[in-house]
Ligand binder design. Structure first.
Ligand code: CS2
Length: 487
């Protein structure tokens, strides 16, 4: 079977969508750090839909770690298939907005020169929570992070997104080229502020004058939403059959998509509004709502579901008690904490979320969502718990989410087998609690991690008591039985 290519676009099977612009005419206007499946099913798609109007906004995709994506995409001229599916059916389309892919560890210099080039007007990021090298509880740069220490010592050969951004900005400053706009697309509250804070601090550590320059860079916050499971070999083979050509890295996603962006782009931007992107002055209310309702539920159901033996989110939702637990978590415990959003119907949003989680056509693994819990918990569950404590209201379901994370992060499943816990703090957490059996001891040890829980929750005795009782039940009865209580 031949490979997906520009030439193959003229013979796509009927019903396949394809770029509505001349691929040869595209130039790079955006450098995107972290070119994973999420970017390719979200920002790259919105961009694809508006490139006909201005072909100068093509994307240079950068992998900060592995060469996998470049190795898959370069032989197919950076084209890939987007498959959008739910229980009703699927739509397929080839996306062309990526102009080139680079692998940072292979050649940091070429990445820096792309970022420093005057034609690059936006540097966007999906590097996941841990890619910000920050303290998750308070958002400040982790100045003892090994990559940050490395990048301070080797500014022109950085490893971290933070190091790349600051070196590229330093080069632009020296050359008299205006700064690009930074565009964080990760699931962090006020992601633009968090990014700005870490890059400014890093720049200050390099040189106070550089810090002052970086402090002036535009860094709008955004809320991004689309469920994008990791692509599987089964997806590849189904898509190759439909396409009549091999595609080494298609992406599979749901119909729903949302992108809310603060409109602060001094160097211009694509006309993304024509593809349905919503531009607002302040994104924080959208962001809080999405992180607490969608991602808070996702993490809760991922830990409980994994422990109960559910491989995917849809399977987890089918466990007796899960749907009513998640529905109650959203309606009773999360929604009262949300800032008002004029004209927004929370009831419809929550119902849509339940339907999205139950999408039978996506194989979204609970294990995938369970990754990096130490970086996710603060904005997904702990902020909500703080607000509930302050209001004097119960938070039993949220506490169950946190207890399930503790149970999971300990690294031993309910049958006594090992869990492959992926988390930057995994070794530290295992060192603290792997050999402990008593819920109170486990909770006490993990609450000591103030970079997750903050000084306040770490010291909150009633929170400790609630968590200990919840974890004790999980340890004694197992996840399935605990879930049945909520049925
Ligand atoms: C998920 C998110 O992996 C995870 O932690 O909760 O990637 C989620 O699918 C997206 O935020 C949906 O927009």
């Amino acid at each position: 079977m031949s490979r997906l290519s520009r030439q193959a676009l003229s013979q796509l099977p009927p019903g396949f969508g394809k770029p509505a612009y001349d691929l040869a005419g595209l130039t790079v206007g955006i450098v995107h750090l972290g070119i994973g499946a999420f970017h390719r099913a979200h920002q790259a798609v919105f961009t694809d839909e508006v490139l006909a109007g201005d072909p100068s906004w093509g994307i240079c995709g950068v992998s900060l770690r592995s060469a996998d994506t470049r190795d898959a995409l370069a032989p197919q001229e950076e084209l890939y298939t987007l498959k959008v599916q739910d229980g009703q059916g699927a739509a397929l389309r080839v996306i062309g907005s990526i102009v080139e892919t680079l692998v940072a560890p292979e050649n940091p210099e070429i990445v820096l020169s792309r970022m420093a080039d005057p034609s690059t007007r936006i540097v966007s990021l999906t590097v996941t929570e841990k890619g910000y090298c920050h303290n998750p509880a308070n958002g400040a740069l982790d100045e003892s992070h090994p990559d940050i220490l490395h990048d301070l010592d080797n500014p022109s050969k950085p490893k971290s997104a933070v190091g790349f951004i600051v070196e590229a900005l330093a080069r632009r400053r020296t050359a008299g080229v205006p700064a690009f706009t930074l565009l964080s697309c990760d699931n962090l509250p006020s992601n633009g502020h968090v990014l700005k804070r870490v890059v400014t601090r890093f720049a200050e550590l390099r040189d106070p004058a550089l810090g002052a320059f970086v402090a002036t860079v535009a860094s709008p916050s955004t809320m991004v939403d689309r469920i994008v499971p990791a692509t599987t070999d089964a997806d590849r083979s189904v898509i190759a059959t439909a396409l009549g050509a091999e595609d080494a890295w298609p992406v599979v996603t749901e119909p729903f998509r949302q992108w809310v962006v603060e409109d602060d782009f001094p160097m211009g931007r694509p006309r993304w509004e024509e593809a349905g992107v919503v531009f607002v002055e302040d994104v924080s209310a959208f962001e809080t709502m999405k992180l607490r309702l969608l991602n808070g539920s996702h993490s809760t159901l991922a830990y409980l579901g994994y422990l109960a033996g559910a491989e995917t989110v849809a399977e987890a939702m089918a466990l007796p008690g899960m749907e009513s637990l998640i529905e109650g978590l959203m309606r009773e415990e999360v929604s009262p904490t949300l800032p008002p959003l004029a004209g927004f119907d929370l009831d419809i949003y929550r119902k849509a979320l339940i339907a999205r989680f139950k999408n039978p056509a996506l194989r979204h693994r609970t294990w995938q969502i369970a990754m990096d819990g130490s970086q996710k918990l603060p904005q997904r569950l702990l902020g909500t718990i703080r607000d509930r404590i302050e209001a004097g209201e119960p938070y039993d379901r949220l506490a169950l989410g946190v207890a399930a994370w503790m149970r999971y992060a300990r690294g031993i499943d309910e049958a006594g087998g090992d869990i492959d816990v992926r988390d930057p703090m995994a070794t530290r957490i295992a060192g603290l609690v792997r050999t402990l059996d008593d819920a109170e001891d486990i909770v006490a040890a993990l609450l000591g991690l103030t970079e997750i829980f903050g000084d306040d929750l770490s010291a909150d005795r009633s929170f400790r008591k609630t968590l200990s009782a919840t974890l004790a039940r999980l340890l004694a009865d197992g996840s399935r039985k605990v879930l049945r209580f909520w049925a």
